[in-house]
Design a protein around this ligand. Structure first.
Ligand SMILES: *[C@@H]1O[C@H](CO)[C@@H](O)[C@H](O)[C@H]1NC(C)=O
Ligand SMILES: *[C@@H]1O[C@H](CO)[C@@H](O)[C@H](O)[C@H]1NC(C)=O
Ligand SMILES: *[C@@H]1O[C@H](CO)[C@@H](O)[C@H](O)[C@H]1NC(C)=O
Ligand SMILES: *[C@@H]1O[C@H](CO)[C@@H](O)[C@H](O)[C@H]1NC(C)=O
Ligand SMILES: *[C@@H]1O[C@H](CO)[C@@H](O)[C@H](O)[C@H]1NC(C)=O
Length: 673
């Protein structure tokens, strides 16, 4: 038997290398503007990369892994994983590596020409076009763009049946990851630059400049100041006591930038100890705090986030600014995630040129990575940074607050699932990820609605769902619909109410209906997570049975993720911007405020040697936490020609569980292990 064993293996391998080829990926036509000009030269060399499939990356497994460290009933609550443990848990198996390498070698290519990346995520081979065509049963063509840019690609490719389960994708194949310069502009890409004014991904709305700031708490229904927020949410804390162990990061996408003079103007009135202080800049992919363009559209978001974020954690807790993307190209959430997790940008499909910044920037004045500048400006901290794309260069902060978002329908189900899995991995490491839920109620950014249900099963990348101002189908927001982030909606003080009334147990807040409406609703892409099942069932049973809207208005299956999870005041914020005080509105405001509260709760836990709170959703939805939120029962989140959903007693898709009561949350999380 022992003697026979190698022969059996050899026979199995021989049989496998004869396994039939199956189609792995196909594109029906090249993207607009590209045309096929000729077959590629057979002796040209292609840097083939086989991206291997990660184990454990399905939603159900991720939820189980995340619950294990975040659910109050789990014996492992708070026992977060190290980045290395996360990376190896999701690393492709030795079997995957072996299968792919053996198949290539059996096809007649010398084994020593095949390399495996140090992360085990990729199998690499410099193949001639003739070899690649033979391996992948395809034809490579040269394509040309109207602008003159050339690109090599194929229409479709095949893999042997036994290799398919181990390979997520092969590059270069059907993707047009060529960066095309927009004519007449120095900008080099076609993706949505998240931070670009007008891109529809930046939230806050400016209403008016003000000449007089009220200081009495009676006026919090017309002007929100840090004191109003402290009073509303019992946000009274003597600390911080553990600032050196703690961290709070606020994310901004270039060209959004704060103005130092504005921060000081705000600090002078509201937090004198911070005058002259700036956030700690972590530049990602060439991120700069630009001062070339200055107006509310460029400074409003960053100023708002930092003025409130920094003030509420006080001058004793430094705040980190993740400034993402260079001035030429900009960036998106995947570029940030690449920097937070080297495994993310190296294991998987890489960045999508239709959505993400592709670095190094093909514009020579854009970010080229650390190599070009030697160690002077962008120190190379690892092997991937040297590729001109910041991978794994940043240790994630305990709390990360982002006030930008897409419409789910802007993105494919594949793209969102891959990114959502990454948020789960951050949660496993004890990171709290907050996203604003949007400012257009049940409509998407820019008030756009879908014209037909966005069914993931029939999603077509080359003709994505139509979004229009006259659509009547609700348009949910991503990443808020990812069940592994905490989505933050917006409330306001009810006109005429004083925040002093909170102490009398009277409801002083309602869903925001001034200038903006709290983003909320039912995902079309993501299933309902366990932590939310009960409250979602109750909401549907009590408020949507029968549904008040025609079939197809929103995902009525009752099996999809509902957002937001929680909310906070998002109206009438006094901020300093471009040398003036003014009022702004948005879930952009509520999100960094919640981030500041959670950061101070982490402070209390870190001070006594406990872990940070990490992914909070399984905890905050648990029965023990019910009393720790001010239930919001008034207001709606209109959009798409409807009143949207209603805030009711208990959870709702307008304000989630309600607004935080800091002292209650502090008590509960201090008692948790
Ligand atoms: C492919 O060729 C490039 C350029 O010569 C080289 O840097 C790289 O290491 C090669 N990769 C493999 C897998 O041999
Ligand atoms: C800001 O504070 C200064 C000093 O207390 C005060 O004079 C000024 O009026 C305040 N600004 C506004 C707009 O109220
Ligand atoms: C996707 O849309 C394109 C453009 O409308 C169409 O040609 C193609 O057939 C569609 N593909 C599928 C699978 O429906
Ligand atoms: C609410 O607060 C105001 C101002 O402090 C006070 O006049 C009023 O009586 C309070 N209302 C209730 C119901 O407590
Ligand atoms: C509704 O959401 C679920 C996720 O639970 C998804 O499977 C289903 O396809 C969605 N339906 C539509 C029409 O989008």
């Amino acid at each position: 038997m022992l003697v026979l064993f190698p022969l059996v293996v050899a026979a199995a391998v021989a049989a496998q290398s004869l396994s039939p080829s199956v189609l792995h990926a196909k594109r029906s036509a090249p993207p607009a503007g590209w045309s096929r000009v000729r077959r590629h030269a057979p002796d040209a060399v292609l840097p083939l990369r086989f991206g291997l499939t990660q184990p454990n990356i399905d939603m159900a497994t991720l939820e189980t892994l995340l619950n294990d460290v975040s659910h109050p009933d789990s014996p492992n609550y708070g026992k977060h994983w190290s980045p290395g443990r996360v990376a190896s848990h999701f690393a492709p198996s030795n079997e995957a590596v072996h299968t792919v390498v053996s198949w290539i070698a059996d096809s007649g290519i010398a084994r020593d020409r095949v390399r495996v990346s140090s992360t085990k995520g990729w199998v690499l081979l410099n193949a001639t076009v003739a070899e690649a065509e033979d391996l992948l049963k395809t034809e490579y063509h040269v394509y040309e763009h109207d602008s003159g840019t050339a690109h090599v690609a194929c229409n479709e490719y095949h893999l042997p049946e036994h290799v398919v389960p181990h390979v997520e994708l092969v590059t270069p194949t059907i993707d047009f990851n060529a960066v095309v310069r927009r004519s007449g502009s120095t900008s080099t890409s076609t993706h949505i630059t998240v931070g670009q004014p007008g891109a529809g991904t930046v939230n806050p709305v400016f209403k008016s400049t003000i000449s007089n700031i009220f200081s009495e708490l009676e006026h919090c229904d017309t002007q929100t100041t840090p004191d109003c927020l402290r009073a509303l949410y019992d946000f009274y804390y003597l600390g911080p006591f553990a600032a050196s162990k703690n961290s709070y990061a606020i994310v901004e996408y270039t060209p959004q930038a704060y103005r130092g003079a504005d921060l000081d103007m705000f600090f002078k009135n509201f937090s004198s100890g911070l005058v002259g202080s700036r956030p700690v800049l972590e530049s990602i992919d060439g991120g700069v705090v630009q001062d070339v363009a200055e107006s509310f559209s460029f400074n409003g978001e960053s100023n708002l986030d930092l003025e409130y974020g920094m003030t509420l954690v006080t001058e004793r807790q430094p705040v980190t600014l993740y400034q993402v993307g260079d001035l030429e190209e900009g960036a998106s959430f995947n570029n940030l995630l690449d920097a937070l997790d080297g495994a993310y940008c190296t294991y998987e499909g890489g960045d999508d040129p239709t959505q993400d910044g592709i670095y190094p920037d093909s514009d020579p004045s854009g970010y080229q990575g650390c190599v070009v500048f030697f160690l002077a400006f962008f120190p190379c901290s690892n092997e991937f940074a040297a590729a001109g794309n910041d991978c794994g260069t940043i240790t994630p902060a305990h709390v990360i607050s982002t006030s930008y978002g897409y419409n789910e329908a802007d993105l494919s189900p594949f793209y969102t699932a891959r990114q959502c899995a990454e948020y789960a991995k951050l949660g496993m490491q004890g990171v709290t990820v907050l996203y604003s839920s949007g400012d257009n109620g049940v409509a998407g950014n820019n008030g756009l609605c879908l014209t037909a249900p966005n069914d993931p099963a029939t999603y077509n990348t080359s003709s994505p769902p139509v979004q229009s101002g006259s659509g009547q189908t609700f348009n949910p927001s991503f990443p808020s619909t990812c069940p592994f982030v905490t989505a933050v909606g917006a409330t306001q003080v009810i006109p005429g109410k004083s925040v002093l009334n909170t102490t009398h147990g009277e409801e002083v807040e309602q869903a925001c209906a001034q200038v903006i409406f709290s983003g909320g609703g039912f995902s079309n892409y993501f299933g309902v997570p366990d932590y939310q099942k009960g409250v979602v069932e109750d909401y549907i049973k009590n408020n949507l049975t029968p549904s008040p809207y025609p079939a197809g208005t929103y995902n009525t299956t009752g099996t999809s993720r509902v957002y937001p999870d929680i909310s906070a005041n998002g109206a009438n914020y006094v901020i300093a911007v471009d040398g003036q005080f003014g009022l702004v509105y948005g879930t952009s405001a509520s999100t960094p405020v919640v981030g500041a509260m959670l950061t101070m709760i982490n402070d209390a836990r870190l001070f006594v040697g406990k872990s940070p709170i990490g992914f909070i959703n399984p905890m905050i939805y648990s029965p023990g936490f019910q009393g720790a939120f001010n239930d919001i029962t008034k207001g709606t989140n209109p959009g798409c020609g409807t009143d949207g959903f209603s805030a009711v007693k208990g959870f709702d898709p307008v304000t989630g569980l309600g607004t935080p009561n800091f002292l209650e949350l502090l008590k509960l999380w201090s008692l948790a292990p």
